[in-house]
Design a protein around this ligand. Sequence first.
Ligand code: FNR
Length: 188
Amino acid sequence: SRFKVGYLIGSLSSQSINRKLAKALIRLAPEGMQFHEIAFRDLPLYSPDYDADFPQVALDFKAAIAASDAVLFVTPEYNRSIPGGLKNAIDWATRPSGTNSFARKPSAVIGTSPGAIGTAIAQQSLRGVLGFCNSPQMTSPEAYIQFKPGLITDEGEVTVPGTEDFLRKYMAEFHAFIGRVLTVLPRQ
Ligand code: FNR
């Protein structure tokens, strides 16, 4: 079967290394995964004042998650957590109360940074948030990718074979994980 995977890139940078990583992951994914970006840059800062009359941009954002069999977070680490824009987007998705878009939605987390721990602390922080959001997460393998110049080209080609192999296996595992989750939690 073919899974629709929505991916969120935590960075808004035009030069984003996490966007390069996302491109690489899509290239290396097995058959049976179909990807669409779930963008969040046009969301305003969330306030409960919006709950009574959700703006169209937020309804569209929630609809894009609803249309996904699973979501993939590809995010940088900002000050040892996730970027504020990504957290804002997650907060939008969980509202209004009782319409949490991430409930029972399988997810995976990955990221890259020039630093030696490769977004490990941001990922841990994101896992806490997704846990509360009741998203079943792939917990293994983990992927902390230290980005060195040239590791991934603008077209998403990985130049280090060991890293390419690892990312291919990561995506194969994510495909298998989605299949397992959807077996017990079919989409409604
Ligand atoms: C960073 N960076 C960073 N790196 C890291 O490994 N841990 C961190 O806590 C932070 N903190 C941080 C805060 C802010 C505000 C910025 C702008 C950057 C560096 C970061 O990894 C680097 O800028 C990456 O290039 C960000 O990923 P994108 O935007 O290129 O995908």
